[in-house]
Write a protein that binds this ligand. Structure first.
Ligand SMILES: Nc1ncnc2c1ncn2[C@@H]1O[C@H](COP(=O)(O)OP(=O)(O)OP(=O)(O)O)[C@@H](O)[C@H]1O
Ligand SMILES: [Mg+2]
Length: 270
């Protein structure tokens, strides 16, 4: 099986070139965190963090353990209270909105620890998300069938989700998030627990997502190889603060980033 290290490089290069044309400036449609701070009983998990994701681009969010990556997704999706700052999607100010309102406005996420309806079938998990967005039963069924095929899960459609292996559960979670037809998809370590072959396959699916599903993608992962190959821009957090943000090549060689990943060399961040 092809691994992340043997991705079709010319295709990826063209993909990145296309992205370069759309990511030079913040789009008026961008999903943005403005100066966001989150405090947990005195601990400043996020400290005046600002970032944006444009439609059609893939932003990587990286940083050491505990640097605030998941908290930033929680802030963007209304799952934590903001001590300061704003969350905006296009012209909509979503600051302080509950998660269901943010989800309805087209921002979907996956969780670091997979959260499926374990007693439901795989197909039901995906259909439920489409129904929640207002599709009728027939539309939801068709949507689920299409997404399960895209994620090579058609054979497991009737299986109880709780019985799937870990890699399959992760793919069901992404299919379910896509069922809601989001404008932005925020994935928290989607390749965690996958073997090299599975994460290589996932990388190809993720690379195609923005064009195929017309969305902006924010992805957290500790697999630097995956992040550096997949993302056009990268945002780096350390202890709740932004320490670098920009194009992959520049961030990879940034001394502050190398120091945050103490012991890493620029080659290891490639
Ligand atoms: N609900 C919470 N209550 C209290 N502290 C929290 C809570 N959620 C996160 N934290 C703390 O906030 C900080 C940032 O955590 P967060 O989970 O966002 O980090 P992360 O970058 O996602 O880490 P990892 O790479 O390990 O997933 C950590 O110190 C964490 O212990
Ligand atoms: Mg996390």
């Amino acid at each position: 099986m092809e691994s992340a290290g043997t991705l079709d490089v010319p295709a990826l290069f063209l993909f990145r070139c296309r992205l370069k044309n759309v990511t030079k400036a913040i789009s008026p449609e961008a999903l943005q965190a403005h100066d966001v701070s989150v405090v947990f009983s005195g601990l400043r998990a996020l400290d005046h963090v600002s970032l944006y994701v444009n439609p059609g681009e893939i932003l990587g969010l990286i940083g050491p353990n505990g640097s605030g990556k998941t908290t930033l997704i929680n802030a963007l999706t209304g799952q934590v209270h903001l001590a300061g700052g704003r969350v905006v999607a296009g012209t909509e100010d979503l600051t302080g909105c509950p998660p269901r309102v943010i989800a309805r406005s087209g921002i979907a996420r996956s969780f670091q620890i997979v959260r499926l309806f374990n007693a439901m079938t795989v197909a039901e998990n995906v259909e439920t998300a489409a129904l929640a967005q207002g599709e009728n039963r027939r539309q939801a069924k068709e949507r689920a069938q299409g997404l399960l095929a895209e994620y090579s899960l058609s054979g497991q459609a009737g299986e109880i989700a709780g019985n799937l292996n870990y890699g399959d559960k992760r793919r069901v979670e992404i299919a379910r998030a896509l069922a809601a037809r989001p404008r932005y998809l925020l994935l928290d370590e989607p390749a965690a627990g996958m073997n090299e072959s599975e994460s290589g396959d996932l990388l190809k699916l993720l690379a195609a997502l923005p064009q195929k599903h017309d969305l902006g993608l924010l992805i957290i992962d500790h697999d630097m190889s995956l992040i550096m190959r997949l993302c056009h821009r990268v945002h780096v957090l350390s202890s709740g603060r932004t320490i670098a943000s920009g194009e992959v090549e520049a961030v990879r060689n940034d001394p502050a980033v190398i120091e945050a990943y103490l012991g890493s060399s620029p080659e290891e961040l490639s």
